[in-house]
Write a protein that binds this ligand. Structure first.
Ligand SMILES: [Ca+2]
Ligand SMILES: [Ca+2]
Ligand SMILES: [Ca+2]
Length: 422
């Protein structure tokens, strides 16, 4: 078993304790889904399907998602659920899943949607789930967008209309080591060495967009960054999840582009041993990055295409070029190529291959690669894909336009060393 960060008491009030109590852990038959588990002793190394899906399960009011998930007939949640069922990941990050303090949305989504077969797709069971508070919609008390007044979504620690909006959720078929989870919600942006703090265009002051007082409060993560260790048949895999801000919706100071760059950098630093990660401090006060050699998968909507769109040049390359990140296979789809050719416009001028696109955006920027599943180099990639079907496929009803989401599910299947019997 690989080592993890030192054990500590659970820092998150809202881990899925209630969810574990109410969710029925029914064993799946080994043939139920790709990557379904059987007794490890009977198999070779475990193949783990890891997915990220920005499911757009955010709502306009606090409590809206819980209300919608309380019945089994919300059309969007049904379609999101079918997308997940058709792909049946073992380990899944859902971006844009409103967080509630009691974890009710986690339970309701499983009970009323994922565990109910949708349109002929088989149910999926996730005995383990994790969520925690995020920075979106949490009032900072400062005028962070410098519009002359305090309050509203742009002055929150992360853009949002109420705390928890656009949150995140992790679902797992494998046990989550909740005591070893590390969260980085409150990490300050100024504490990153060489942070790209925005300049003040009015005065030209480098890093002057935020006052010194504000910098004592401005957080790096627009939602949160979580290191969620998962026990995969005896081997710990760290699920490193986040959802960096879109680089747009700002001004010439480009505070969101710079923040997006540095949010991506946080995980790039985290998986780099030594000085590069020494500055990182989690919400419990523990310092440092991932234990050298530990297995990990970075996942999430990074809001950054390698070549196209509005992120700062080189932003996603910080992860793609990191020595321990495995980019031997790039997830792709034919559906994205078809969409790009049909929608034309900026898509035809993009530099990144359309087959790598994961998001169906209107212009600007057009369709881009925004969503990533990036394993460590010790996890051999055996399959990968973007769930974006061509129009001749009946399942294209789940991947056309922006319903149920403007993003597509991305999966990567990896072989987990040190599991099974040779
Ligand atoms: Ca303001
Ligand atoms: Ca910008
Ligand atoms: Ca594109």
């Amino acid at each position: 078993m690989s080592s993890t960060v030192p054990r500590r008491r659970a820092l998150v009030a809202t881990v899925a304790g209630a969810a574990l109590a109410t969710s029925v852990a029914v064993a799946l038959p080994a043939s139920a889904a790709p990557g379904a588990r059987g007794p490890a002793a009977d198999r070779g190394p475990t193949t783990l399907r890891v997915a990220t899906f920005n499911a757009s399960l955010n709502r306009s009011v606090e409590g809206g998602l819980v209300a919608d998930l309380s019945t089994p007939d919300d059309p969007q949640a049904q379609a999101v659920s079918e997308v997940i069922q058709r792909n049946a990941p073992d380990l899944l990050l859902v971006n844009e899943f409103d967080h509630d303090a009691d974890g009710r949305a986690l339970d309701l989504f499983r009970e009323n949607y994922l565990e109910v077969g949708q349109n002929g797709a088989g149910p999926v069971e996730y005995p383990y789930a994790f969520s925690a508070p995020v920075n979106t919609g949490v009032p900072s008390g400062y005028d962070l967008d410098n519009d002359g007044s305090v309050g509203g979504p742009n002055d929150a620690y992360g853009f949002g209309f109420f705390p928890g909006q656009y949150g995140m959720a992790v679902f797992s078929k494998y046990p989550i080591d909740e005591d070893a989870v590390r969260t980085f919600q409150r990490l300050l942006w100024k504490d990153m060495p060489g942070a790209l703090l925005p300049d003040d265009p009015a005065t030209g002051t480098p890093g002057g967009w935020y006052s010194q007082e504000e910098l004592e409060h401005v957080r790096l993560s627009s939602k949160s960054h979580w290191d969620v260790p998962v026990d995969v048949d005896g081997r710990t895999v760290h699920f490193l999840v986040s959802h960096p801000t879109p680089p747009v919706f700002d001004g010439p100071e480009d505070r969101n582009g710079r923040r997006n760059h540095d949010e991506i950098r946080l995980w790039a630093d985290y998986v780099s041993p030594g000085k590069r990660s020494a500055w990182i401090t989690d919400d419990a006060g523990a310092r440092g990055g991932l234990t050298p050699g530990a297995s990990f998968v970075v996942a999430g909507d990074q809001n950054s295409d390698p070549r196209d769109g509005d992120s700062l040049p080189g932003s996603i390359q910080q992860l793609l070029d990191a020595p321990r990140v495995n980019t031997s296979v790039t997830p792709s789809s034919d559906g994205a190529v078809e969409a790009s050719l049909a929608q034309r416009g900026a898509n035809l001028e993009h530099e990144s291959p359309a087959r790598y696109d994961t998001a169906d955006f209107s212009e600007p920027p057009g369709n881009i690669r925004a969503d990533y599943v990036l394993p460590s180099t010790d996890l051999r990639i055996v399959d990968a894909g973007v769930f974006w079907r061509t129009s001749d496929d009946p399942l294209s009803r789940l991947t056309t336009g922006t319903f149920p989401s403007d993003h597509r599910l991305v999966h990567v299947d990896v072989r987990v060393p040190g599991t099974g019997r040779r």
